[in-house]
Design a protein around this ligand. Structure first.
Ligand code: CP
Ligand code: NVA
Length: 299
């Protein structure tokens, strides 16, 4: 039987996404140390980019479920020395029960999944960051209830996080306003897949109007460090500050996947202010991914 992978949010149906969010909330609120659905199972975690939250949440989640996780960096594995993805996927998946992969090129994850005999989870690629959306959506549901028909505003780079927000808008049926500089718009095919729910703005203030959730991310993602200076210029009018939050609904929330650069994409006033739920969303990486691990690897 083919394993079930989680490469994109679109590997879930909208109903499954809602069920997963409810399960994550349940696991968070009623933690039972004797509940070990993944007892003896092993998750291999391959990181070709840095991580704090993703690594700790998957490793802790596996431990709490009675299993364990192996951290693999390209520095210490043959993958980093050019061993073919196909061979790596076949070999690693013959020994473990699940694989989480964080890498640059999205095609690496899809190729890995094609040759893996166990579930493969996308822990971030240049194109998508679906695990973060599980946690962000759980956080919204916990604070404000169902997000259906609400308005979310994305301000900044049309990057992996923005693409996963578009996927979430499709699955959970919310409106998504996106304000990005001209040369940093999200992928046009992904925007198209969101249909009329997605609206593109070239002004951050307009995009934030009557919004229920304002989200941003760093201007230069991992792998784009050398573009930092040029991006600071391009994104200077796309900072989430108090005027942006004041244009949104009074009870709007603010999210950022972290790590954040205060004073660049968001002011300290906003990210450390009362509308910000960044730490709640970061913690929910653990709970949401436990629900995901249970779905993919549980009996
Ligand atoms: N948000 C997120 O994925 O954080 P890490 O890069 O620390 O895993
Ligand atoms: N867009 C950021 C997200 C980090 C979690 C990056 O890819 O670096």
């Amino acid at each position: 039987m083919n394993p079930r992978h989680f490469i994109s949010l679109l590997d879930l149906s909208g109903a499954e996404f809602r069920t997963l969010i409810q399960r994550a909330i349940e696991l968070k609120n009623n933690r039972d140390p004797d509940f070990q659905p993944l007892k003896g199972q092993v998750l291999a975690m391959i990181f070709e980019k840095s991580s704090t939250r993703t690594r700790i949440s998957f490793e802790t989640g596996m431990a709490q479920f009675g299993g364990s996780a192996i951290f693999l960096s390209p520095r210490d594995t043959q993958l980093g020395r050019g061993e073919p993805i196909k061979d790596s996927a076949k070999v690693i998946s013959s020994m473990v029960d699940g694989i989480m992969l964080r890498t640059h090129d999205h095609a690496t994850v899809t190729e890995f999944a094609e040759h893996s005999s166990v579930p493969v989870i996308n822990g971030l690629t240049d194109l998508l960051h679906p695990c973060q959306l599980l946690a962000d959506m759980q956080t919204y549901f916990e604070h404000r209830g169902d997000i259906k028909d609400k308005t979310v505003t994305w301000i900044g780079d049309g990057n992996n996080m923005c693409h996963s927000y578009i996927n979430a808008a499709v699955l959970l049926d919310f409106k998504l306003n996106i304000a990005s500089p001209d040369n940093y718009l999200p992928d046009s095919e992904i925007v198209k897949s969101g249909g009329e729910r997605i609206q593109i703005f070239n002004n951050a203030l307009d995009a934030a109007k009557d919004s229920d959730l304002v989200v941003t991310d760093v201007w230069a993602s991992m792998g784009q460090e050398e573009e930092q200076k040029q991006r600071e210029i391009a994104f200077k009018d796309y900072q989430v500050n108090q005027s942006i939050m004041d244009n949104a609904h009074a009870d709007a929330l603010f999210m950022h996947c972290l790590p954040a650069h205060r004073g660049e994409e968001v002011t300290a006033e906003v990210i450390d202010g009362s509308q910000s739920v960044i730490y709640s969303a970061a913690e929910n990486r653990l709970h949401a991914q436990k629900a995901l691990l249970e779905l993919l690897m549980g009996a």
